[in-house]
Design a protein around this ligand. Structure first.
Ligand SMILES: Cc1cc2nc3c(=O)[nH]c(=O)nc-3n(C[C@H](O)[C@H](O)[C@H](O)COP(=O)(O)O)c2cc1C
Length: 204
């Protein structure tokens, strides 16, 4: 293998934002969450929790809860009301239109506790990196199973609102949301731009 060749299973994962109406089997959701849970994590912890949301009421509650927070944030930024409606409605439709959502949460369970803020932040940062690895595992496993997925950023801006919308335990803080479904065959994604390795990596 040449050093610049990306393995096909990594190339195969793309962000796909359009789905057909077929539901995702609960077993398939469990399988991709299991793949997420073999991600590397700091000092043998498992600081993440996952919530599979495939009921209409669950998706609606999550979209409503996060939407209310985003609406308030945008109003605080001085964004015009019509634009707020457009943005929040589009986000709501994206979340409720996906056959299933997987919410990735962080907890302090298994993490080291420090008395000072700098190390607390670093420890939480490690957990967040690990959640990123877990979400990548989840999306790779989805692609391998023929499922479409797309990470959406929303909960990292409003973890408490997302937690409360789904009545999750207090210590579960949602930080990632992945749309999951069977791909709409008509969906055409963006062409993946080439990797300008010379700009992205230094060698010492
Ligand atoms: C942390 C994170 C947040 C993202 N948030 C969104 C989002 O809110 N909406 C969306 O459509 N895509 C979102 N994406 C997907 C990116 O747009 C996508 O990964 C990027 O364009 C590269 O395309 P690819 O995944 O098909 O390679 C997010 C990706 C990451 C890693």
């Amino acid at each position: 293998m040449s050093v610049t060749t990306v393995p096909a299973f990594l190339e195969a994962r793309r962000s796909i934002r359009a789905f057909n109406d077929a539901p995702v089997a609960p077993e398939a959701l469990d399988a991709i969450v299991t793949a997420a849970c073999i991600a590397p994590a700091p000092h043998h912890s498992r600081p993440w929790r996952f919530v599979t949301v495939d009921s209409a009421t669950g998706k609606q509650a999550l979209a409503d809860g996060m939407g209310a927070q985003w609406r308030a944030d945008l109003a605080g930024d001085g964004v015009p009301a019509t634009r707020i409606d457009e943005l929040v409605d589009a986000s709501h439709a994206k979340l409720t239109g996906a056959p299933a959502l997987v919410l990735g949460c962080l907890t302090w369970d298994g993490l080291d506790r420090y008395p000072d803020e700098a190390r607390r932040r670093a420890e939480w940062g490690m957990a967040l990196l690990s959640l990123g690895a877990a979400v990548e595992n989840l999306m790779l496993a989805a692609a391998d199973a023929g499922l479409a997925s797309c990470w959406v950023a929303a909960p990292i801006f409003c973890p408490e609102a997302a937690r409360d919308a789904l009545d999750l335990p207090d210590e579960w803080l949602p930080h990632a949301c992945v749309l999951v479904g069977h791909p709409d065959p008509a969906y055409v994604g963006r062409v993946r731009p080439p990797i300008p390795l010379g700009d992205l990596r230094l060698r010492r």
